[in-house]
Design a protein around this ligand. Structure first.
Ligand code: APR
Length: 314
């Protein structure tokens, strides 16, 4: 009996998309289709990546294309197409530009990969994910925003750096929106299972929280043109791997809340999710304390404000 390999489609072959394809190929998650409106970029980068296979020893097939027919029956589609914010560009301008791109992309996905789980990476992610879900008409289990995976990795990297310990022994999550009002959860962060709050003074923890919130801007400030791509793409692949291998890992990501944490109105907010073969298979609905709930609510309002911008530009 023919055995079907898993298939991952990456939309957008820029910095984030190409690096996403790189991780997926290297980890042999399935065959990879890299699609870009600029066909040459997608084909050239796919060829180059495929030619690293005999050295890195992966069997992944990689196809570059601008034709949505090639993403047919993909199990997971990762949307990275979109413009990073340029200096002087307002947030609503960016929402308008990227919403047009997301609309195009979703039409292709809906037609050719209607059963896929879609991971939204392009920014402003919170609102692009809401828009993608509207355009696709998929259930909430199959449209998931990548933000928490990245922000949590940054939080853990900074904790490990401060304490000079391995990142492998640091746990911690960032919930809420993927922007300035994100919510690194200090109470549950731990190093070797010991609560972070017992290991560092509060001013050091506050500095780590502040750096986590501005980590994307810090990198953008150095790069001048463009924005982060190694950790964002790896965040998307952490999610994709859990889905493709039905690992049922608990990963913070943006999903539509239907009353969890008191949130409704089709808003997508970062919470801890179980990711498996069906996509988002469950939300870890834990009890926040009053301070956490107040912080989370600010995140929710930030998403609501962005969704209002989307309505303005539509
Ligand atoms: N369909 C397919 N691809 C498109 C479309 C479209 N309608 N419009 C643009 N693209 C492609 C571009 O041709 C380009 O190759 O999207 C790619 C974007 O790549 P980069 O400009 O390198 O941007 P990148 O750094 O990858 O960021 C992409 O991810 O992290 C977010 O904020 C970031 O929104 C941005 C997105």
């Amino acid at each position: 009996m023919a055995h079907k390999r898993k298939k991952v489609a990456v939309i957008g072959a820029g910095f984030v998309g190409a690096t996403t394809a790189h991780w997926a190929a290297q980890k042999e998650l399935g065959d990879v289709v890299l699609l870009d409106i600029n066909e040459g970029t997608a084909i050239g980068k796919s060829m180059d990546l495929a030619q690293s296979g005999p050295i890195e020893m992966f069997d992944t097939k990689i196809k570059g294309t601008s034709n949505y027919a090639d993403i047919k029956d993909a199990d997971v589609v990762i949307i990275t197409a979109g413009m990073p914010r340029k200096p002087g560009m307002s947030r609503d301008e960016l929402v308008g530009i990227n919403a047009k791109i997301v609309k195009d992309v979703c039409a292709g996905i809906k037609q050719h990969a209607p059963n896929s789980v879609v991971i939204v990476v392009c920014n402003p992610m919170d609102v692009m994910a809401v828009y993608a879900k509207q355009q696709l008409g998929f259930p909430r289990e199959r449209v998931i925003g990548m933000g928490g995976s990245l922000d949590s990795a940054r939080f853990r990297a900074f904790i490990a750096e401060e304490l000079n310990v391995s990142v492998k022994d640091v746990t911690g999550v960032v919930l809420g929106n993927h922007g300035d009002a994100m919510m690194p959860v200090v109470r549950t962060a731990a190093v070797g299972s010991v609560p972070l709050v017992d290991l560092l003074p509060m001013e050091k923890i506050n500095a780590i929280v502040a750096r986590t919130k501005s980590a994307g801007a810090e990198i953008g400030g150095h790069l001048k043109t463009g924005s982060a791509f190694f950790a964002p793409s790896r965040g998307a692949i952490e999610m994709a791997e859990s889905i493709l291998k039905d690992q049922k890992r608990i990963i913070p990501c943006a999903v539509e809340l239907n009353g969890e944490f008191g949130v409704k109105d089709n808003l997508m907010v970062g919470v801890m999710c179980k990711l498996g073969g069906a996509g988002m298979e469950g939300i870890i609905d834990f009890k926040m304390n009053a301070d956490e709930k107040a912080e989370f609510d600010k995140s929710v309002e930030a998403v609501r404000a962005l969704v209002a911008l989307l309505k303005m530009v539509q």
